[in-house]
Write a protein that binds this ligand. Structure first.
Ligand SMILES: Nc1ncnc2c1ncn2[C@@H]1O[C@H](COP(=O)(O)OP(=O)(O)O)[C@@H](O)[C@H]1O
Ligand SMILES: [Mg+2]
Length: 355
């Protein structure tokens, strides 16, 4: 079989740039080079694209790749048939691209923007399309799309930035009438817990909203769900499959950015410590959410299993979940019988299906 020219994108103009680099280094180290010609293209935080000439995973992981002498300016052409345009020292080359793997998290990668470029270019890509990506990125939209299904979610209030800036007191009072403290506050479109806080009183709520609005014009105030944090990995297009559920035990008060990436001491249990019956329910609900959003390829669907009644409460969905070797998504499928390498092959196969 002919080798597949795989364009792997990493970095990006996103608050999750660093996480993307670690995910990408991990994916690159596991891709079978007998099957794929790898074209790693890094996107700086300032937005410029470079084809990275070296195969140094550590340099991608820690950001040193940016200084590499082998980097060449490059971009994916929207003009069909062009592929990757690479600016060499003497000439401009066009490299055909069979498939794109956007190992990008958050804005400008996981939110439909990049997917629009792939669609225009007519190149198959790993993961969900424009609509599903955009809808999954915006938590307020996800909530509405999931509502018609039998999937319980935390009670919430949507706040617009202008509304808050005009009458902050009114927002705080409305939240206090609806919820009792503590509440969770989060930007509607964010990830990796950036801008997420637990507010314990009026002052905390005010500053949590100010913080959330640094990242998005919409914020959610949510009732706090006390319970276990449970995650399910989903894989597939028309007939998706759900992994065994896993459980996160945050090292801090909640699963904050620090607990995710700095502490390295959050607990991880695979399978999750929940009854078999709950596990089946969570897997089914993960598939329901995946279908409600019309996802393709992959997603990680996150829940709480509430302490008081053992019910599964849907929290959020990620269409390009973390992909480091210690990330939940690959680990959950490993525990379900699909190795990391096979998972990558399947994802690329799913991307190229029906093209
Ligand atoms: N309603 C809630 N009740 C309890 N904890 C929450 C709630 N919402 C968020 N959290 C905590 O905050 C973390 C990050 O919030 P999440 O909605 O998953 O945003 P992100 O997309 O940034 O991961 C969760 O993993 C959880 O620890
Ligand atoms: Mg989350």
């Amino acid at each position: 079989m002919a080798k597949i020219n795989l364009l792997l994108l990493f970095g990006g103009v996103s608050t999750e740039h660093e996480v993307s680099r670690v995910s990408a280094a991990s994916v690159m180290s596991r891709l079978d080079r007998d099957k794929y010609n790898l074209l790693p293209v890094g996107i700086l935080k300032s937005g410029q694209w470079f084809l990275h000439g070296d195969d140094d995973f550590d340099a991608i992981s820690d950001g040193r790749w940016e200084k590499s002498k082998g980097n060449l300016p490059a971009f994916l052409s929207p003009s069909r048939g062009d592929g990757l345009i690479v600016f060499g020292t003497e000439k401009v080359a066009k490299i055909p691209v069979d498939c794109v793997f956007p190992v990008l998290h958050g804005a400008n990668g996981e939110d439909g923007t990049m997917q629009g470029l792939f669609e225009v270019a007519g190149i198959p890509y790993v993961g969900s399309g424009i609509g599903a990506s955009a809808n999954a990125m915006d938590k307020s939209v996800t909530k509405v799309l999931v509502e018609p299904y039998q999937v319980e979610q935390a009670d919430y209030m949507l706040v617009q930035k202008q509304e808050f800036e005009r009458e902050p007191q009114k927002i705080v009072e409305a939240a206090e009438a609806k919820f009792s403290y503590p509440v969770f506050v989060k930007p509607s479109s964010s990830g990796s817990s950036v801008g997420v806080s637990k507010a314990k009183d009026r002052e905390g709520l005010h500053s949590a909203l100010c913080d959330a609005f640094r990242y998005d014009g919409k914020a959610l105030i949510e009732e706090m769900i006390e319970g276990q944090e449970i995650e399910v990995a989903v894989l597939g297009n028309g007939e998706p499959i759900a992994s065994v559920p896993g459980e996160i035990v945050p090292s801090r008060e909640f699963y904050s950015y620090e607990a995710k990436y700095i502490d390295n001491s959050s607990g991880l249990f695979i399978p999750a410590r929940i009854p078999e019956e709950t596990s089946q329910i969570v897997r089914q609900k993960a598939l329901d959410v995946y279908r409600a959003l019309s996802c393709r390829g992959l997603a990680r669907v996150d829940f709480f299993v509430r302490k008081s009644d053992g019910k599964a409460i849907f929290n959020e969905i990620n269409t390009i979940p973390g992909f480091t070797s210690i990330s939940m998504y690959p680990k959950l499928f490993e525990a379900t019988g699909i190795s990391y390498g096979e998972l990558l092959d399947r994802l690329i196969g799913l991307a190229m299906e029906n093209q």
